[in-house]
Design a protein around this ligand. Structure first.
Ligand SMILES: [Zn+2]
Length: 722
């Protein structure tokens, strides 16, 4: 034993001699105990206290704030028609058992029977919670469970109608417990925040974008056994990098020989004995980012105009070389702006995307995920930061998704929500009227600079452009196959594949909507220019998401995360600066750091985005850029991850495959390459788990208090609140 202990440091020295001379760069340490917590093999969830969850982000939506149950103990209610939470099932879930602890205290008099509840795991039905029972057990079959994170939802079968004579009873939910059907003891676990314990027969996988000269390092805190390290970079064969017996006090120091920046997997397994690794980590270096010359803080504080165009897919615009029929005004604007051609929306529907634009946080961090979610009061917003910096702030918006019940108005001294009217052709208030309100607001003299958010929704369905634009953009021969009052109505029926003629007509109507908006933007920008405001205002034009026209078998938005929904226009026009084009990957969360940098204001450290421009307006580098999007719209739960040229789409549902596309070779996302690139898919899954964990400290806003009018408004716009 003593001999082995003495030899261990020697082993480390020997391996250390194989190291190449350290290149210049900043040292990088990847903490594997931390990564283990979010990996598929990470700790299984055994219990969720619903009134005081250890991780508040486990409760996704539909749960009330904590209330006191009839027995005096804290509990929560299901608000609305369904509630959901996530739990972790380990790397090999097998069968699990779910225990639901809830309480119902019937009154002495007559009452209506309480709700029945259907339980779903990852979208698959697994059982019912029968009425009149407080403690229930349901078996979760292995076929419904996935490694790592799983989605558990409770859907009310039928809410009884209110009857004053017979009160409707509700259950007070207290705790969910989960028990694994797998034999205990063969899974890796964390002994403390920095010690990973690997029993015999267990292994843990870690994914990384490799730094230069990567080495796996740790010390054996206790135990002894045989440890094996296998490595696999995407596109190469797996190899054994280390296999030997280790004792307590031993040092692990294994060169990983990945190419710098390779996306790779490292598997650590113990084949006999049990080993506790202290501070398992991967160390290496990354080249130092070129230090930009110090730029002076902008002397004058420019105004900021954020113009969000709802439902505008990037390829609807014709601002590349060639004819400019649809969007000549935006094309002219683009000539003077920095055009980010590789921009990705944070979600494929309005509310989470806009919350990301205004907060600089990813949807899992700001917590606006489901149709009922509002932004929590503790998420700092850009208008608050700018207001505190002395800006006058105002918003002019038309879309119920960003209306006051959802909490996005915080920080705006003036907030005008122009509500939709389904009786009008456009449904949404046309940009012309929004812009007129903006111009009137701008006419008021003010001492301080302003921050303005305009949210126009002209391209949003139902696509009812004026006759003149429809005639110009619906292709000859497309005719009028569609009901022009409700062009989508027949096409939405799932059983029917739309004809090419119908699709051409629908796209034509959408392009006509976009062209009509573009004409209005021409008028609006000219009005700003005539008042000299383009010389003093940073203007950002961005879309919250795109739109699909049966590209992947659906319509409108929110239901998938393909590029027709995620690839959006993102333009920044600086006063007195030349236009430029950039193809780097950017995303909505980059907006807040970009604007703060341009204004010479500090960027909060917790923001995940990066400034796209330096204080001098030069386009910043984008080494290692990755983009993350998510949609929990309706019954879909999808995440996507872009690490150029790759894009990974991960469904929560067990019956849908993971997808991976090469966006350079296959921009239409037709050839799913996931099976050939397990390392890339694993890396995407782990990175998304890390991003989700990063926002765990931000309290959620919970369901918005929706009045009947807002519910009805959302319903008419196609957002069904169950
Ligand atoms: Zn939208």
């Amino acid at each position: 034993m003593f001999l082995r202990r003495a030899l261990a440091p020697l082993l480390a020295v020997t391996l250390a001699c194989e190291r190449a001379p350290a290149p210049r760069g900043e040292s990088v340490t990847i903490d594997l105990a931390h990564l283990f917590r979010v990996s598929d093999a990470g700790p299984r969830t055994t219990a969720v206290s619903l009134a005081a969850p250890e991780d508040p982000h486990q409760l996704l939506w539909g749960w009330s704030r904590p209330v006191t149950a009839p027995d005096g103990q804290p509990a929560v209610l299901i608000e609305g028609a369904q509630a959901a939470l996530t739990f972790r099932a380990g790397s090999d879930p097998g069968r699990m058992f779910l225990f639901v602890d809830r309480l119902l205290e019937p009154p002495a008099g007559p009452y209506r029977p309480p709700e029945g509840v259907r339980v779903h795991v990852n979208g698959a039905f697994v059982g019912r919670l029968a009425p009149h029972r407080d403690h229930l057990e349901i078996a979760l079959p292995a076929t419904a469970l996935k490694p790592g994170r799983n989605l558990l939802s409770f859907r009310l079968i039928k809410r009884p109608r209110e009857d004053p004579a017979r009160p409707t009873l509700r259950y007070f939910y207290r705790q969910i417990r989960l028990r694994s059907g797998a034999p205990p003891g063969v899974e890796p676990r964390l002994a403390d925040a920095e010690t990973l314990v690997l029993p015999a027969g267990s292994s843990a996988s870690f994914f990384l974008r490799s730094p230069r000269d990567a080495r796996l390092r740790a010390t054996v805190a206790r135990g002894s056994g045989r440890l094996r390290v296998r490595t696999e970079a995407d596109g190469t064969a797996a190899r054994t990098a280390f296999e030997r017996s280790l004792d307590a006090g031993g040092v692990l120091d294994v060169p990983l020989v990945f190419e710098a920046e390779a996306i790779a997997r490292v598997d650590v397994a113990v084949t006999d004995g049990e080993i506790a690794l202290r501070r398992p980590r991967i160390e290496g270096t990354r080249p130092l980012a070129a230090t930009p010359p110090p730029a002076p803080v902008p002397p004058a504080r420019p105004n900021v105009l954020l113009y969000v165009i709802d439902t505008l897919r990037a390829d609807a615009l014709d601002w590349q070389d060639g004819p400019r029929r649809v969007s000549p005004n935006l094309a002219r604007f683009a000539d003077e702006a920095i055009v980010f051609e590789g921009a990705v929306a944070q979600s494929s529907w309005t509310r989470p995307s806009v919350a990301s634009l205004l907060s600089g946080l990813h949807p899992p961090s700001h917590g606006v995920l489901s149709i009922t979610d509002r932004l929590g009061p503790h998420v700092p917003l850009l208008p608050e930061i700018l207001r505190d910096a002395g800006y006058d702030t105002a918003a002019f918006v038309t879309n119920a998704n960003v209306s006051p019940p959802f909490g996005l108005q915080r920080g705006f001294a003036t907030f005008r929500y122009l509500s939709e009217n389904p009786a009008t052709d456009s449904v949404y208030v046309p940009a012309r009227i929004l812009d007129d309100e903006v111009l009137a607001w701008l006419a008021t003299p003010r001492e301080q600079p302003f921050f303005l958010w305009v949210h126009a929704s002209d391209p949003h369905a139902p696509y009812r452009p004026s006759e003149r634009y429809a005639a110009a953009f619906v292709p000859d021969g497309a005719g009028t196959a569609l009901d022009r009052e409700h062009p989508l109505r027949n096409l939405r029926r799932r059983s029917r594949v739309p004809s090419d003629t119908e699709l051409a007509e629908l796209r034509g109507l959408y392009r006509a909507d976009v062209a009509e908006l573009d004409a209005e933007l021409g008028r609006f920008f000219a009005a700003l220019d005539s008042r000299g405001l383009l010389d003093t205002t940073i203007v950002v034009v961005v879309a919250d998401h795109g739109e699909e026209f049966y590209d992947h078998g659906g319509f409108e938005h929110g239901n998938t995360l393909y590029q027709e929904l995620l690839h959006v226009p993102f333009l920044v026009r600086l006063p007195h600066a030349a236009g430029a084009r950039s193809r780097v990957l950017v995303q909505h969360v980059d907006l807040v750091p970009t604007l703060l940098t341009l204004l010479g204001l500090p960027v909060p450290a917790e923001l995940p985005g990066r400034p796209l421009l330096g204080p001098d307006g030069r386009v910043a580098g984008a080494e290692g850029a990755e983009a993350f999007s998510t949609t929990w719209f309706a019954r879909t739960a999808l995440s996507s991850f872009v690490v150029p040229p790759w894009k990974v789409i991960l469904p929560m549902r067990r019956d849908r495959p993971d997808e991976l596309y090469d966006l350079d070779d296959d921009p239409g996302e037709r050839r799913n390459l996931a099976a050939a690139h397990p390392v890339l898919v694993g890396y995407a899954r782990q990175r998304m788990a890390e991003l989700e964990a990063a926002g765990e400290h931000v309290p959620r806003g919970g369901p918005a208090p929706l009045d009947a009018e807002t519910r009805e408004r959302l319903r008419r716009l196609g957002y069904v609140i169950e």
